[in-house]
Design a protein around this ligand. Structure first.
Ligand code: ZN
Length: 126
């Protein structure tokens, strides 16, 4: 199967943005991790997830919102040791997301696509 990187990358990005904007309101009260009970609102507050399962539960939110977390979560308290390496990967994903945005802005869709694949790989390691 072959998808045009052009279509794929741009559609997906704007689609994610729309979904986040809508679901932010709808799910802020009810979306929670079944494993550690971290809610989306907790996530927003701290910028960190409670456990590995959270990455699945909040994957869509994390994908687009980690960007904002980083800016607003400067006063984060203690983090479990376990999460430190995950946080590193998360940080790397964050940087790649940034590069992807740049690439999209420059309309370098092939680069954006390859960055997207790297991000997917990193997410698999979380
Ligand atoms: Zn959790």
């Amino acid at each position: 199967m072959f998808y045009s990187p052009f279509e794929n990358a741009t559609n997906e990005l704007s689609k994610i943005k729309e979904e986040i904007a809508e679901e932010n309101l709808i799910f802020s009260e009810e979306l929670a991790c079944p494993n550690c009970k971290t809610r989306l609102s907790d996530l927003l507050e701290t910028g960190y997830v409670g456990c590995a399962k959270c990455y699945e539960v909040f994957s869509k939110e994390l994908a687009d919102m980690i960007y904002d977390f980083h800016k607003s979560a400067k006063h984060v308290g203690k983090r479990p040791e376990k999460l430190v390496s995950k946080a590193k990967i998360q940080k790397e994903i964050e940087q790649l997301e940034e590069q992807k945005r740049d690439a999209l802005e420059r309309e370098d869709f092939l680069l954006a696509q390859s960055i997207k694949e790297k991000i997917s790989q990193l997410r698999g390691e979380l």
